[in-house]
Design a protein around this ligand. Structure first.
Ligand code: ATP
Ligand code: MN
Length: 428
């Protein structure tokens, strides 16, 4: 079977009228009008109209939508409104047949709900909106890497199969590992901190796993996290890193992903910086004005964050959380030890990132572990590193899927994850 092509569809332009082209793609639609038929063929670069005439019509008998074809034809001018040129077929080869009916209509004329789409995800990607979401995801990843590399961060890969719970036992998936108990990593926290000793500024982009029985549009059991950790940076410094990253990503995608924005139907607006900074205490005051009963030390509930999010649409930082709400590795504010050197980056009600200054004194870490009923013995491999010249450091973790949901304007992160995993969904 001959499968080569001479052109991508985007390269079949008015400049090559009269030329022969060979291209391939998926039959998006066809209309028969007497002794003529119009086929539209899509490849990853665009959509082309093909004119099929006379004896050529036999070749497309019984052809279903989404079948894969290879077209040989002549480029000619067209009267069609939606196309600048058309291709008059001289040969049509069917390379792969699609069934009829398909489980979902990938063109989206018939709406399918998200469950049906996820069950047929590969076919769902033939929808230009879905495909554009995943192209955008690619560009976002690309621009995150560029932004962090510009800020002198080095990309690392830490293990996902781990022998002990990195942040306490909660929410971990366990697995059997050659007769031993192992877990799937919920974050690269301990490893990325250790790496500041050798590489100073590190980042990782990877899947992490949380066994939380959440049924929300913002939690998955497997999600992609962007993590950084940096020596000689305070929490305010890494806040600048994440702010630059967000602005870089929005700037890059808004200017380079024009057709993706059109297909998705969402215009990317570059956020104004600097982002507003609201302390935890200020947030409590705002909530009290709304007659919410909250006291210092309470965690902010979803309902609280909805109120604060309405007051502050867009990106803002929530800083200086009580130590009592923070994991063992977070550094206290030396002037007010009830407070931590920490922040969340919010987009309205939605938490996008958590970060902060980390403890680098092993004795302090040990006493914090005990305070939180964690056994320092389980952290020996981690703690010993702190005796080898651990620099002061700060970092954050950012949920990539949540960032994508914001950029594409969808409210469920399942839209931006190829095969989302949640308590109900393990297949396909
Ligand atoms: P939340 O309170 O929203 O459950 P978290 O505070 O437990 O999040 P962190 O441990 O701070 O989450 O993780 C850092 C970031 O990773 C979060 O701000 C979020 O963007 C993302 N994240 C965490 N858990 C999930 C999840 N289950 N699914 C998708 N993204 C997640
Ligand atoms: Mn958090």
């Amino acid at each position: 079977m001959e499968i080569t092509r001479t052109h991508n569809i985007e390269d079949i332009t008015t400049k090559i009228v009269g030329n022969e082209v060979i291209f391939g793609g998926w039959v998006e639609d066809f209309r028969k009008l007497g002794k003529m038929a119009f086929l539209t063929i899509r490849d990853v670069t665009g959509l082309a109209q093909v004119i099929v005439k006379d004896e050529m019509l036999n070749m497309i008998d019984g052809l279903n939508r989404q079948s894969v074809v290879r077209i040989i034809g002549l480029v000619q001018e067209t009267k069609a409104r939606d196309f600048k040129i058309e291709v008059k077929a001289t040969k049509i080869e069917i390379l792969s047949k699609a069934v009829y009916p398909l489980p979902i209509d990938p063109i989206g004329r018939l709406e399918s709900d998200i469950d049906n789409r996820l069950n047929s995800r590969a076919l769902d990607l033939r929808n230009t909106k879905t495909a554009s979401i995943f192209k955008l995801r690619h560009y976002v990843l690309n621009s995150i890497r560029n932004s962090l590399i510009e800020s002198k961060f080095i990309e690392i890969n830490t293990p996902k199969i781990i022998g002990s719970a990195s942040e306490g036992g909660a929410n971990l998936f366990g697995l059997e590992y050659f007769g031993k108990q192992a877990y799937l990593a919920q974050s690269p926290q301990l490893y990325k901190e250790q790496m500041t000793l050798g590489l100073e500024r590190v980042f990782e982009i990877s899947s992490f796993y949380r066994a939380e029985k959440s049924h929300t549009g913002r939690h998955l059991s497997e999600f992609t996290s962007v993590d950084i950790e940096a020596a000689f940076m305070d929490y305010t410094d890494v806040m600048k890193v994440i702010e630059k990253l967000v602005v870089d990503v929005f700037t890059f995608t808004s200017t380079n992903c024009i057709s993706e924005q059109e297909f998705i139907g969402n215009k990317i607006i570059i956020p104004k910086s600097p982002f507003e900074i609201i302390t935890y205490s200020q947030a409590l005051d705002e909530l009290k004005k709304h007659d919410e009963e909250v006291e210092f030390g309470d965690d902010l509930l979803d309902s609280h964050l909805r109120i604060i999010g309405e007051n502050h649409p867009g990106f803002y930082f929530l800083t200086d959380w009580p130590m009592a709400l923070k994991p063992f590795y977070i550094h206290e504010n030396e002037e007010n030890p009830e407070l931590s050197l920490s922040f969340d980056l919010q987009y309205g009600y939605l938490e996008l990132s958590s970060g902060g200054r980390r403890l680098h004194d092993p004795e302090k870490i040990k006493s914090r572990l005990k305070e939180q009923n964690l056994d320092p013995k389980n952290f020996e491999d981690h703690l010993k590193v702190f005796d080898w010249g651990m620099p002061p450091h700060s970092g954050w973790g950012l949920g990539l899927d949540r960032l994508l949901a914001i950029i594409t304007g969808v409210d469920n992160i399942r839209e931006v994850v190829l095969y989302p995993r949640d308590p109900e969904r393990l297949k396909p």
